[in-house]
Design a protein around this ligand. Structure first.
Ligand code: NAD
Length: 412
């Protein structure tokens, strides 16, 4: 059974290194002693076992997930313990859907799932399956045991810099695992897929804003592996009645406006940099300040320009995509605000949101960064009636900061 202690033990032996708590995902092997890694692994494993024991006590609840419920869509959320996936699960549950989360917790947070379970404790609402999507047997078991109607596939490693250093990991985790999920969907006749893609698939377009017909010429393994996954989905839809929606996100920020979930920090990935995390780390004094790399770009103030989309808006786009997905068709949509914000503007908004006097150092450009990236979101507005609502950056950062200040080390 997926998620059972036996299955986990088997997976651990057979599976890819993503399963290992030492080394790859927490980067402990180089940074700390082997002993610390073992203690962390044991503690994490024990926490997961305790959590799953609690879960497995409710066999009645599990039975519910194996049967269709009239009028209730059962959505499988891969990567639902992560930042965006957990917010998507929250919205789906609020909308009355049934949710199964699958995650290997390599970068996700059990605390996010526990929060969701506290909010939706009723039997048949939410279940968590601990599995690695690289384990095709576990993935097929998951589909065999659950009556799933649709898949939102978020699970992925997602750092451009890391993808340059570890390309094979990215092709495996993103491209190969998407193929595994898709094949399991086909075998078990699950016919709706909402896929998390990225503006990194466009590479460095010459013309802004980016539309869905802007040529896709990705320049790093992260963007390339996502584009390959998109191609697999497109080719399969051409031969089947799968309903697929591919959403290409721009830079995702923010957190649940009601403060129930947030973006947990990942100190071991800090050097790969996500700007909002770095800004909060600086405001908390965890890092000495912010480094702005490049002040001589051909942009409004010389710093890089990006399109920041709030996670709540992004999740809303997924819900609309789910509602509009049509058999045998694929919809491809940019999900952004359509507005470019410079790094300097972002830093000012961050200072205002946190009230902290953040120390800024201006440095030379970082190799590989492009000057300007922002979306044209008119297609998703016209076809799905979606547009971004949380466009006041300071407000968005204020909510996210509130969560982070209350949870400086993330979920406990
Ligand atoms: N955050 C952004 O700005 C952004 C932008 C564009 C696209 N995306 C895409 O959105 C999706 C979610 O990103 P996020 O920011 O929430 O990342 P995240 O790291 O917070 O969440 C990813 C989740 O997937 C899980 N996971 C990874 N590999 C897995 C595997 N093999 N088996 C099972 N679970 C696995 C992790 O444990 C984690 O919980 C990704 O597909 C990412 O490429 C994110």
């Amino acid at each position: 059974m997926p998620g059972s202690p036996d299955a986990r033990r088997r997976n651990q032996n057979r599976n890819s290194p993503t399963w290992s708590f030492s080394g790859m995902d927490y980067g402990l092997s180089r940074a700390r002693s082997h002993m610390v890694a073992k203690v962390v692994a044991a503690a994490s494993f024990t926490a997961v076992c305790m959590f799953l024991l609690r879960q497995s006590s409710s066999t009645r609840s599990q039975d519910l997930f194996s049967k269709q419920k009239d009028g209730v869509k059962h959505v499988l959320v891969t990567g639902g313990a992560g930042f965006i996936g957990s917010h998507a699960a929250l919205r789906l549950l609020q909308d009355g859907r049934r949710v199964t989360i699958v995650d290997n917790l390599s970068r996700g947070n059990l605390g996010a799932i526990e929060t969701l379970q506290r909010l939706f404790p009723e039997p048949g609402r939410l279940q968590f399956v601990y599995a690695d999507l690289g384990d095709s047997k576990a993935v097929h078991n998951l589909f065999a045991k659950n009556a799933i109607d649709a898949v939102m596939h978020f699970a992925a490693v997602a750092y451009v810099g890391e993808s340059m250093a570890e390309p094979l990991r990215y092709y495996h985790n993103i491209t190969a695992n998407t193929l595994t999920v898709l094949k399991a969907m086909v075998s078990h006749e699950v016919k709706v897929l909402i896929y998390s893609s990225t503006c990194a698939t466009y590479g460095e377009p010459e013309k802004m804003p980016i539309t869905e017909v802007t040529p896709q010429v990705p320049i790093n393994p992260y963007g390339k592996s996502k584009k390959m996954a998109e191609d697999i989905i497109l080719d399969y839809v051409g031969t089947s009645d799968l309903a697929a929606m591919i959403l290409r996100y721009f830079n995702v920020i923010g957190s649940d406006p009601e403060g129930r979930l947030g973006e947990a920090p990942r100190p071991e990935l800090r050097h790969h940099g996500r700007i909002s995390g770095a800004c909060f780390d600086a405001a908390l004094g965890v890092i000495p300040g912010l480094q702005v790399k490049g002040t001589d770009y051909d942009t409004k103030d010389g710093t890089c320009v990006r399109d920041y989309i709030h996670v709540t808006d992004l999740v809303d786009a997924h819900v609309k995509a789910l509602d509009h997905a049509l058999p045998g068709k694929v919809g491809i949509y940019n999900v952004g605000t359509g507005k470019g914000v410079s790094v300097k503007e972002f830093v000012e908004a961050c200072k205002a949101a946190t009230g902290a006097n953040i120390n800024i150092t201006y440095l030379d450009r970082r190799p590989g960064d492009y000057a300007e990236v922002y979306s044209d979101p008119s297609k998703i507005y016209q076809e799905l009636n979606w547009s971004a609502k949380h466009t006041d950056l300071k407000n968005s950062l204020s909510t996210a900061w509130k969560w982070r200040r209350a949870n400086p080390d993330g979920y406990q």
